[in-house]
Design a protein around this ligand. Sequence first.
Ligand SMILES: O=P(O)(O)OC[C@@H](O)[C@@H](O)c1c[nH]c2ccccc12
Length: 389
Amino acid sequence: MEGLISLKSSPGTSLRSFPSFNQPPNSFARRFSMDLPLRRSSFPAIRAQQPGTISPKEEEEEDALKVKEWEVGMFQNEVAASQGIRIRRRPPTGPPLHYVGPFEFRLQNDGNTPRNILEEIVWHKDTEVSQMKERKPLATLKKFIENAPPTRDFVGALKAAHSRTGLPGLIAEVKKASPSRGILREDFHPVEIARAYEKGGAACLSVLTDEKFFKGSFENLEAIRNAGVQCPLLCKEFVIDAWQIYYARIKGADAILLIAAVLPDLDIRYMVKICKMLGLAALVEVHDEREMDRVLGIEGIELIGINNRNLETFEVDISNTKKLLEGERGQLICQKDIIVVGESGLFTPDHVGYVQEAGVKAVLVGESIVKQSDPGKGITGLFGRDISL
Ligand SMILES: O=P(O)(O)OC[C@@H](O)[C@@H](O)c1c[nH]c2ccccc12
């Protein structure tokens, strides 16, 4: 069996202590050994080594590490599923790319094919973040944070705008593209757009930092921060790891998005605490009743976003905001003094009026304003009046 993968647990680690963990590595091995001889070169970390440079002990340790990663991945998926989260953090049957000898090919099966776009984004993010973490470990980020300038008050800016205009405070989004709408703006100059938004009366800005799916970047966030824009900035990311929060803080964010469709309660709890520690506001996004109820059960949440776009199907329905704010949920939100942000699909003053009537004190708007030749004037069109005055 030389050249075939061996799956072993590290000494003292019993896979059996996690009943469900027993299955993935074994079933993975079984599945693939039936299909093809899976070589050690299947694993990127191992592929990087020259043959003969790795000792049997190191091999064993790397295998054990890989098994451990699967275990953690499976564990996350299961906890999430028990909370109604359908998004799996990692492919449950291992990564979809396989190498056989010099050939690379993709095996499709139910377990390694993302079920929808949000899952695809999250799986890609997982790989991206682990690579970034290797280059900039948390300890390095923490050192930078010690000297970082203070954050701006994101929630305060929304409240002030709301009381100044009597309209929902605007979080204007700097977004070049999205998987559902394609390219929104060809001549995309993030700093110019940010300045136009600020001039047009935006209370805060949201900056997409995902590169692959939204054509955004952390450089955009940093450039806007360094250009002297005063509005507090939301880092619009798909956060799956606390490391990303530290990174966002260094790149100039004042707030960060946490998506309840992706993150189990414990992660939200823990990440909200990290945000507080770093002086960031957390915008926790929900899109159905179950997510709203989960989030309302978590202490210390100040800002909830209701996304009118289902990130799994892309369907947009602004009555979602109203539905989630009706009855007891709305009352609880008032009691807890939580600011609700209406997100996505808002194009006209009627739309803004509708979500305001439903109870939101802020709105998050991208497409309808970023597409205008003067995005600042786009804001006036959106609200039906000049809100910069
Ligand atoms: O462009 P719109 O329809 O105005 O939507 C803005 C914003 O709500 C949307 O970009 C968004 C809301 N939640 C997200 C999560 C990830 C990426 C993007 C989003």
